[in-house]
Every structure is written in C-alpha cells, then in structure tokens.
Design a protein around this ligand. Structure first.
Ligand SMILES: CC(C)(COP(=O)(O)OP(=O)(O)OC[C@H]1O[C@@H](n2cnc3c(N)ncnc32)[C@H](O)[C@@H]1OP(=O)(O)O)[C@@H](O)C(=O)NCCC(=O)NCCS
Length: 144
C-alpha cells in the first residue's frame, strides 16, 4: 500500500537522499534546496512524493512552460518497485498538466539508464530520434 501527496520543500532532504542512492538519477548544483524551493513554488502541486507509511519511497517532479510539460527525477526505492508507484506518480502529473491544457510532455533520460528507458518505452513514451538537445552553460561552474 502506498499513498501520494504533493512534494513540499520539507521533503527536500529525504528526496535528495533517495536520489543520491539511485543509479540513473543525475543531480546537479541546480538541485540545491533554494532552486528546488523555487521550482516547487513555480509549479505548485505538480511534484509528488509516494509514501509507504511515513516513509518517502518515491518521487517525481514536473512543471511546464505554458505549452509543454516536463517530467524529471522519477524514482522509486528499490524495495518498493513493480507495485505501480511510478505509474501512479506519472499519471497524477499528467492529469494535473492536462487540467491546464497541456497534452504533450517530455522527459530526459540519461542514455546509460537502461531501467529508465525500459520503463518509459513500456508505457508508450516515444524515443525522439528527430531532436538533438543543445545546452549552454553561462557560468564557470560546469556542474550547474
Ligand atoms: C523506473 C522506475 C521509476 C519504475 O518504478 P516502479 O514503481 O517499479 O514502476 P511501476 O511499478 O509503476 O511499473 C509499471 C510498469 O512499468 C513497466 N516497468 C517498470 N519497471 C520496469 C523495468 N525495470 N523494466 C521494464 N519495464 C518496467 C512494467 O510494464 C510495469 O508493469 P508490471 O510491473 O505490471 O510489469 C524505477 O525502476 C526506478 O526508480 N528506477 C531508477 C530511477 C530511474 O531510472 N528513473 C527514471 C529516470 S528517467
């Protein structure tokens, strides 16, 4: 049994610990407490945690730019996988995005993350081969 609720900044330490222990999740300086607080404030109710009892065992963050949705940092603790938690988290994010008229969403998956790729493929998400993502860092900090 699990439940979902919106993520708040008070969940930051527990969520970061979960992420740091999970291969396939890339954490950058952009994931600082201050930045995550700003992200949650900009996208209220669009990031979620999954609970088993009192323990956070899964999470997802999502937001939008007014026209497309962006999902990130989906993960479920290894001891709680294949129970439908990821699907429940994704469904609730997509439903919240649909409610405000956003019907197309994206997720970046590290190419080495085979579990992540298998999950998204299994759920009907299309691997884009027609787009290359270009990034630019306007800082000396290459881990930004
Ligand atoms: C990917 C991940 C979030 C899936 O979480 P989960 O709660 O176990 O997923 P669910 O139970 O909701 O799975 C629903 C369905 O997705 C598919 N699925 C889930 N994990 C899968 C895997 N490792 N390989 C292939 N298909 C998978 C299955 O069809 C599954 O249904 P089934 O259990 O009836 O076969 C979890 O494995 C995880 O945290 N991985 C590490 C972090 C990660 O890679 N996150 C994605 C970053 S982009």
């Amino acid at each position: 049994m699990f439940s979902l609720r919106p993520m708040t900044i008070d969940d930051y330490d527990a969520v970061m610990t979960l992420m740091q222990q999970t291969p396939g999740i890339s954490l950058r300086d952009a994931d600082s407490r201050e930045n995550i607080a700003r992200y949650l404030a900009r996208n209220p109710g669009h990031s979620l945690v999954a609970l088993s009892g009192e323990d956070i065992v899964g999470c997802i963050m999502s937001g939008h730019d007014g026209r497309r949705g962006y999902l990130q940092h989906l993960l479920v603790h290894p001891g709680h996988r294949r129970l439908g938690i990821a699907n429940a988290l994704v469904e609730r994010c997509l439903a919240a995005l649909q409610e405000i008229g956003i019907h197309k969403s994206h997720i970046d998956v590290l190419r080495e993350n085979e579990i992540g790729a298998a999950y998204w493929r299994s759920q009907g998400w299309q691997l884009r081969t027609d787009i290359d993502r270009y990034s630019f860092i306007s800082s000396d900090n290459k881990n930004t």
